[in-house]
Design a protein around this ligand. Structure first.
Ligand SMILES: [Zn+2]
Length: 331
């Protein structure tokens, strides 16, 4: 995503509106601008050492109060509460939280003496609950990139039908930077990367993030090389209709190669078939809860027969529902 985003004129304008010196890459300039703010908050509150603490601190410093909505009744009650306070934005609460919108931030017209200037509604109804932690960071992302001029005219973060706008993508990139903020994860990432280590880091740093987002977020910033694979029984989408059903196999439906692994030249691509001799395959076919094994990356083969380079890896596989999650760690 960032590769296209850094060439986008809207993002370039945003960076210059923020007073940033942009040479070639406005995405990096904007990310650095956000990092400087977060570092400043942390310098002031040095006792903040967890991701949950950082979320609360950033919300406080950026001036917003999160209000979680867990049911339709919560939304009705919140709408009434803000309507009673004379906030005209209350009339928009229901219409703004459409199916695709997970959160929205409004500037209050008449905040009370002890109120922060904004409120961020976080939709936690149904499956949206899974993303609630990330949604909070997304809303903070909007506030991290408000220019002085926009701060004055700011009403709400989402104009309808603008969900896929370049700015929304930029805000997702920012949320990704801080939801699993690398300097905070590092003290928990000293040992080897295992599912237990991820559980421990998640419990200590941010139990409110979903297991799935923690897995991705933590593996991504872990300082040692790792490839995270999610394997499922799936067909090959590029196959012709006749071949589609015969293409079904246990496949890597999502692959994350972390920075450390990329620096070691490790590659693995989405849709590769899981090798039948891999423990990932046994955990799937034998309905096991988990398993580990010492394997080789060259067992993995693309559909055109290209094999990956020979490299010994330790594989841990774990079943979560109908998906097998696996950590591939070079030895
Ligand atoms: Zn947004």
């Amino acid at each position: 995503m960032p590769t296209k985003l850094h060439k986008n004129p809207t993002i370039y304008t945003l960076a210059t509106d923020l007073g940033l010196k942009v040479t070639t890459d406005p995405v990096t300039a904007i990310k650095d601008h956000c990092h400087r703010q977060i570092k400043r908050f942390l310098k002031e509150f040095s006792h903040c050492t967890t991701l949950s603490g950082l979320l609360d601190l950033a919300a406080q410093k950026l001036g917003t109060t999160f209000r979680e909505i867990h049911s339709d009744a919560d939304l009705v009650q919140l709408t009434q509460e803000y309507a009673d306070r004379g906030e005209t934005c209350a009339a928009l609460f229901n219409s703004e939280l459409t199916d695709d919108v997970y959160g929205v931030t409004f500037k209050l017209l008449r905040p009370g003496k002890f109120d922060l200037p904004y409120i961020s509604l976080i939709d936690c109804r149904g499956s949206k609950k899974q993303r609630c932690y990330f949604t909070k960071w997304h809303e903070l992302g909007h506030l991290l990139i408000l220019t002085d001029q926009r701060r004055l005219s700011f009403k709400r973060t989402h104009a309808l039908h603008e969900l896929k706008s370049p700015e929304e993508s930029m805000v997702d990139v920012i949320a990704g930077e801080f939801a699993y903020y690398a300097p905070m994860v590092r003290p928990y990432a000293k040992g080897s990367l295992t599912f237990d280590a991820i559980d421990a880091a998640r419990t200590a740093l941010c139990p409110e993030g979903s297991y799935h987002s923690a897995l991705i977020g933590l593996v991504n910033v872990w300082p040692t090389p790792c490839v995270l694979v999610e394997a499922k029984w799936a067909g090959k989408k590029s196959s012709s209709p006749g071949q589609y059903f015969s293409s079904f196999a246990l496949r890597a439906v999502s692959v994350l190669v972390n920075d450390a692994a990329r620096q070691h030249g490790i590659q693995l691509h989405k849709n590769f078939r899981v090798p039948e001799r891999s423990v990932i395959h046994s955990v799937f076919t034998e309905s096991l809860a988990e398993g580990t094994g010492v394997e080789d990356l060259c067992w993995w083969e693309s559909s055109d027969g290209t094999r990956l380079e020979k490299r010994e890896i330790r594989v841990s596989a774990k079943r979560i529902g109908d998906t097998i999650h696996a950590l591939l760690i070079p030895r």
